[in-house]
Design a binder for this molecule. Structure first.
Ligand SMILES: *Cc1c(COP(=O)(O)O)cnc(C)c1O
Length: 366
């Protein structure tokens, strides 16, 4: 087998290649500038990213998990309060609830969108419920108008997990501009990816923005004066500088992924269950997955035919060893069904239309 014929699932070096010159330039500038933590580059990126999301504020943080933890922390919910969260999410969303001493209450997904089933939220609300964390999985925004209406009616806070949805919209409003505090990850593989770890919170609430700003930096606004029990979760200048460059290309990256997704959607045979398309949604396809009852065979078949794939995710959160005695009393058959049948196909910014047509040709012979 000729390895050069292999279509990889992702390759970060290739993904970032078009930006190398600009990244190197800003690396040099930032290095020579001599200011590495919470400076002009972070401030610039925060203004640009808030502007991109259409929010009043954005605060740079160390990573996406911290963004979720700090968003919850800012509300200071009583320990043992309940937080509603989809059953098929990445473990980070659940961990942020646990690390705040709160109780995750799982709600099953809509099998068509893979996002939280809004019809199943209200039956899980109790006197202890304080917040909902909708997750815009794979780059499709949740039904946020309905979720916000439920939240308002029941006096709950909304924290969007936007880690997979930079630039995605629902009814023309951006991910990160629906909830009270909204968490982003800029992990290198995300649609807006740093050259290392990074994250952010967006909000339209001045008071909450101030709290996040303090919490990320030891609970301090004035150096050496601590008003909150804070964290060290600062975005560093180098990553902020890299992100400002990548942000300029985010729409182009999303557009390219949509173009590749359109090929899959049009040409893949109907044996594969494909993501739903609807005029309310502009998806950014952080992940493009299909479902098939013989998922494992399909994955192996594709590998034999020079195509690498991935699974998001192989194990549902409540089936993880770490969640024994914590979540395993909440059965989630729909999430498990998705986890057992889903396969993520190559859809990187560096993949060409020819790459994708090759994958499709092979898949249609399965
Ligand atoms: C990536 C991701 C996170 C966590 O982000 P990190 O930057 O890796 O901490 C949280 N939630 C979801 C849905 C993610 O995909």
């Amino acid at each position: 087998m000729n390895l050069t014929d292999m279509i990889e699932y992702e390759n970060l070096g290739k993904l970032n290649k078009p930006f190398f010159k600009e990244l190197e330039q800003t690396f040099k500038e930032t290095l020579e500038g001599g200011w590495y933590i919470l400076g002009n580059k972070v401030q610039e990126f925060e203004i640009q990213f808030a502007d991109y999301c259409g929010t009043k504020y954005s605060l740079g943080l160390a990573n996406g998990l911290d963004a979720l933890i700090i968003a919850l922390r800012a509300f200071n919910f009583e320990k043992g309060s309940e937080v509603i969260v989809p059953s098929n999410t990445y473990i980070a969303t659940i961990l942020s609830i646990l690390h705040n001493g709160l109780v995750p209450v799982l709600v099953e997904p809509d099998i068509a969108t893979y996002n939280i089933d809004v019809k199943k939220i209200e039956e899980k609300i109790t006197k202890k419920t304080k917040a909902i964390i909708p997750v815009h999985l794979y780059g499709k925004v949740c039904e946020m108008d309905t979720i916000n209406a439920i939240a308002k009616k029941n006096n709950l806070k909304v924290i969007e997990d936007c880690a997979q949805a930079h630039g995605a919209t629902y009814k023309s409003v951006n991910a990160g501009n629906w909830g009270d505090l909204n968490a982003f990850s800029f992990y290198p593989t995300k649609n807006l990816g740093a050259i290392g770890d990074a994250g952010a919170i967006t909000t339209n609430d001045e008071d909450l923005a101030g709290k996040v700003k303090s919490l990320r930096n030891y609970g301090s606004k004035v150096k050496y004066y601590n008003e909150l029990v804070g964290y060290n979760s600062r975005l560093d200048e180098m990553q902020a500088a890299f992100l400002s460059i990548k942000l300029k290309y985010l729409d182009k990256i999303n557009e390219h992924k949509r173009l590749l997704a359109a090929l899959y959607l049009k040409h893949l045979k109907s044996d594969f269950i494909k993501p739903v398309v609807h005029s309310d949604y502009v998806d950014v396809y952080h992940i493009f997955c299909v479902r098939h009852p013989k998922r494992n065979e399909l994955k192996e078949y594709l590998l034999k035919n020079n195509t690498k794939t991935d699974i998001h995710y192989p194990v549902a959160p409540n089936k993880q060893t770490a969640m024994r005695g914590i979540l395993d009393n909440q059965p989630t058959p729909l999430a498990e069904e998705i986890h057992q049948t889903t396969l993520s196909l190559p859809i990187s910014y560096y993949h060409t239309e020819q790459d994708i047509l090759k994958v499709i040709e092979v898949m249609n012979k399965f």
